[in-house]
Design a protein around this ligand. Sequence first.
Ligand SMILES: NC(=O)c1ccc[n+]([C@@H]2O[C@H](COP(=O)([O-])OP(=O)(O)OC[C@H]3O[C@@H](n4cnc5c(N)ncnc54)[C@H](O)[C@@H]3O)[C@@H](O)[C@H]2O)c1
Ligand SMILES: O=c1ccn([C@@H]2O[C@H](COP(=O)(O)OP(=O)(O)O[C@H]3OC[C@](O)(CO)[C@H]3O)[C@@H](O)[C@H]2O)c(=O)[nH]1
Length: 389
Amino acid sequence: MASAARVDLDGNPIKPITMCMIGAGGFIGSHLCEKLMSETPHKVLAVDVYNDKIKHLLEPASLPWADRIQFHRINIKNDSRLEGLIKMADLTINLAAICTPADYNTRPLDTIYSNFIDALPVVKYCSENNKRLIHFSTCEVYGKTVGSFLPKESPLRLDPAYYVLKEDESPCIFGPIEKQRWSYACAKQLIERLVYAEGAENGLEFTIVRPFNWIGPRMDFIPGIDGPSEGVPRVLACFSNNLLRREPLKLVDGGQSQRTFVYIKDAIEAVLLMIENPARANGHIFNVGNPNNEVTVRQLAEMMTKVYSKVSAEAPLEVPTIDVSSKEFYGVGYDDSDKRIPDMTIINRQLGWNPKTSLWDLLESTLTYQHRTYAEAIKQATSKPVASS
Ligand SMILES: NC(=O)c1ccc[n+]([C@@H]2O[C@H](COP(=O)([O-])OP(=O)(O)OC[C@H]3O[C@@H](n4cnc5c(N)ncnc54)[C@H](O)[C@@H]3O)[C@@H](O)[C@H]2O)c1
Ligand SMILES: O=c1ccn([C@@H]2O[C@H](COP(=O)(O)OP(=O)(O)O[C@H]3OC[C@](O)(CO)[C@H]3O)[C@@H](O)[C@H]2O)c(=O)[nH]1
């Protein structure tokens, strides 16, 4: 039986397209490729320097979508094949970036080159060849909230006008240059401005995505298992690593910063809507997050400790958290966003998208994955070698 024709939000049939996905081997890219292969007829030219997170989609050759995904091992810094791939595609999605906060103040040059300089040719090739671009920016372009500059006791701090982040109204507030944390946000902001200007002056069809802490399976790495022992991933993987190793979760500067977390599978639905509804998505900047899932980092640590205990059937640690200073944890030049609540008006109006998954549920499925994937490897890595007799 033929499956029903897929239609866009305006009832028009969706034509299969080819997309050039740069950074397809990363966390978001792997989930997007999975969705595109299992639920759509589209083709993906997957560009990355790594493919471990999409190996299951590339092999064996008997997979039903084998003729719809091709991996190209390309470093976009220095590879002339990039323009050819962009020309072959209808749409380019740029996910490539250094995007782990531990790098922003310790490798600021790499961070700025990766998030600005390396993205320049992508924007240029799309503009020159009249190709549509979906560019991944970040919620970090908002920096700190206006409210964070008010006195601690000010009642205005409770007014959403002082902390809810709106694409078309909120200012971008970064710290001083010596706080190199902001190297990433500043590079992302400038590339957003460039994409926007290409749209305004040269007619580039673009969409800019500002992810608000998307989390789920395959995010980053577990230090010493599938990434460097001394590496510092984003908070989900840091806390997962602590839980797997039965060590206290480290709360940077008391864990007072607030974040809203959205489940990767909810967020990928939003990206698919952007891909398949160009008339509604072009020319827009979209916050993609879950305003209902706000916690302090301390509350996140407490919740992850409870959820991990449930999914692993291990008793929680007696001392589940310890405080560390940001200087000790990240080094000189670290700074932080105080609070990140996305305004959802634009994505709601244009694409009718809403996140569904609660923080508890998304942590339960993610920590179940972390436990299944890593618990045994950690046990082996930490078990002492048996002394020979
Ligand atoms: N995950 C989030 O919550 C989040 C939040 C805000 C912004 N973002 C943005 O979304 C994008 C994807 O993030 P992610 O979480 O999947 O990160 P990720 O690090 O898992 O993925 C990025 C991928 O880009 C690849 N890449 C980097 N430089 C490259 C180069 N020169 N050539 C080829 N490939 C290169 C990396 O190998 C990696 O696979 C990034 O632009 C990031 O800034 C993500
Ligand atoms: O062991 C840890 C690790 C981190 N923290 C604190 O948690 C907060 C969140 O940290 P993290 O997820 O690493 O990153 P950010 O939310 O600050 O930044 C990301 O947001 C989006 C993105 O652009 C890409 O993902 C990236 O820049 C933070 O307050 C840490 O200090 C901790 O306490 N313990």
